[in-house]
Design a protein around this ligand. Structure first.
Ligand code: ACO
Length: 165
């Protein structure tokens, strides 16, 4: 498995992965906005074990992290934000999400002097909460009522990036 930066040409495949794994979906231009504005922050996991039949074969994207820097932070502190993360069911529990997140966080800190990284997650999302809290060290800083379109609440989470010094 190869973890590499997201290229604009990956976007249709990342979009497909997103639609398969999450109800929060985005227009192509929103992915492009991330890739062009903060080209160091979004990564894909590619299954390189599948042989390419022609040079034009699409890459097999099995996971991605889509991330950005907050453009006008309300608290005045430079920080990153995880817009979306997912890994295909067939490739879960292999450490891919952890690697994608760590790569993005490193770039937030090193390239953009990000002080912390934030995200939202459904209160019922046991797998993602375990990844964020137990594996990566995020803390819950609040709950946002009815954050999602279906009315579910979100935990607002945050992790300092200072430890990357
Ligand atoms: N149950 C409990 N803990 C879990 C689970 C699970 N199903 N999955 C991961 N974890 C925790 C474990 O501590 C795991 O370490 P371990 O395997 O050594 O026990 C650790 O997270 C790291 O797991 P990874 O293998 O890196 O995680 P994976 O690649 O499987 O991806 C993810 C986790 C992204 C949550 C995946 O299950 C997924 O795509 N789910 C659907 C989409 C989703 O919920 N995305 C997050 C939405 S929030 C947002 O996008 C900001």
């Amino acid at each position: 498995m190869d973890i590499r930066l997201l290229h604009p040409s990956d976007i249709p495949h990342v979009q497909q992965t997103n639609i398969t794994n999450l109800p929060e979906n985005y227009f192509c231009k929103y992915y492009l906005y991330h890739a062009l504005s903060w080209p160091q922050l979004s990564y894909v996991a590619v299954d390189v074990s599948r042989p390419k039949k022609t040079p034009y074969d699409a890459p097999k994207i099995v996971g991605y992290v889509l991330a950005k820097m907050e453009e006008d932070p309300a608290d005045g502190i430079q920080h990153g934000h995880i817009t979306s993360l997912s890994v295909m069911r067939t490739h879960r529990r292999l450490g891919l999400a952890e690697k994608l997140m760590r790569q993005s966080q490193k770039a937030m800190y090193e390239t953009y002097n990000g002080v912390y990284v934030s995200l939202h997650v459904r209160v019922s999302n046991v797998a993602a909460l375990a990844l964020y809290k137990d594996t990566l060290g995020f803390k819950v800083i609040g709950t946002e009522a009815k954050y999602y379109a279906d009315g579910e609440d979100a935990f607002s989470m945050r992790m300092d990036l200072e430890h990357l010094k």
